[in-house]
Design a protein around this ligand. Structure first.
Ligand code: SD4
Length: 338
């Protein structure tokens, strides 16, 4: 009785526009939108768009969207991705809906769709985050299949190559060459950044926001390393009154400033999505000083008015957008321009 009274009040407040910090522009309603990181975002957005265009929830859209990347041939998302230093693929993922419900998994092995496990954590447990064998056990209890422990051919090749170069000695490893420290190379020899997380944020036809983020983290990371992607507030944050943000890049430096939460709070203060992403990037650059030249971080954001923006430390970042009139990649602006 109490619950149904409460939900009727919420529905009325939403209808009258009182429940959101930024008043919903009429043109936003019925105009869903999804954005996601990097080029892989184009395919992921397609799946998300199917849900959004059919009047579905942003939450379902962001789950369906990133599942495409998790199942694809990818260096950096899902079980086909590059492994850690010990040769195991370990996955991190998080999801958040329009009501501050959130769930995440970290250091999860042998499960094809960590994003869906994160959603189950959100919906079926009293917790926000499960890690390692506990997360795997929970996934299996929920009916997820335990996949074979093996590397994809691409990942095996990359790992064999990395092993030769980095001369990995288990337990102690302090090669101190640039980019080959005890953590992981930040850039591969071909110049590509060592990451390619997919982060996605969306607004549905009802004007509700949700987000998802999934990754294998940095290739050749130390065993047990967890990045920003499963940390709510760092790799992903959604506040349905204001906006949503997700991050990609060197997770340690995103965590340092609670990146996605910072971007959303900056939007709350009135900054546009791009200005908010830029301010957060500037903060990282200030903290990292000279070392900022060696790392990549990017944020993408969407506000309650349906406006989008992004900003990266290094050039070369792009994000994909899909709405009624657009389906394209947008080059992200960056702090360093060369
Ligand atoms: C991490 N942020 O684990 C993730 C990796 C990544 O683009 O972004 N990639 O640090």
């Amino acid at each position: 009785m109490q619950t149904s009274l409460l939900s009727s009040i919420t529905i009325l407040l939403n209808k009258w526009g009182f429940a959101s910090g930024i008043e919903l522009n009429e043109s936003v309603k019925g105009n869903p939108i999804v954005i996601s990181t990097w080029d892989a975002g184009l395919d992921a957005n397609k799946a998300a768009w199917k849900v959004l265009n059919g009047g579905g929830r942003a939450l379902d859209a962001v789950e369906e969207g990133v599942k495409v990347t998790e199942a694809s041939r990818s260096c950096c998302v899902g079980l086909n991705a590059n492994p850690d230093r010990d040769g195991f693929v370990t996955l991190d993922a998080s999801i958040m809906d329009e009501s501050f419900n959130c769930g995440s998994v970290a250091f999860l092995e042998r499960i094809k769709h960590p994003i869906s496990v994160a959603r189950r954590v959100m919906e079926k447990t009293p917790h926000v985050m499960l890690v390692g064998s506990g997360a795997q056990q929970f996934a299996m209890a929920e009916g997820f299949q335990l996949e074979e422990q093996k590397l994809s051919p691409d990942a095996q090749e990359a790992y064999d190559k990395w092993l030769k170069k980095s001369e990995y000695k288990p337990v102690i490893n302090i090669e101190n060459q640039k980019g080959h420290g005890p953590f992981a190379p930040t850039q591969f020899e071909n110049g590509e950044w060592n990451h390619d997380t997919i982060g996605m944020v969306a607004m549905d036809a009802n004007g509700n926001l949700s987000g998802s983020c999934t990754t294998s983290g940095m290739a050749f990371k130390m065993r047990g390393r967890v990045g920003d992607s499963p940390i709510i507030g760092s790799g992903l944050f959604v506040d349905n009154e204001v906006g949503a943000c997700t991050a990609t890049g060197q997770g340690e430096d995103v965590i340092r400033i609670s990146g996605s939460h910072t971007v959303v709070e900056l939007m709350r203060q009135g900054l546009s999505p791009e200005q908010a992403c830029k301010k957060a990037i500037e903060r990282i650059v200030r903290i990292k000083k000279e070392k900022a030249k060696e790392i990549q971080v990017a944020f993408i954001a969407l506000n309650k008015k349906g406006e989008v923006g992004a900003y990266a430390i290094q050039k070369g970042f792009s994000y994909a957008i899909r709405n009624k009139s657009n389906e394209k990649l947008i080059p992200g602006k960056s702090w360093f321009v060369s």
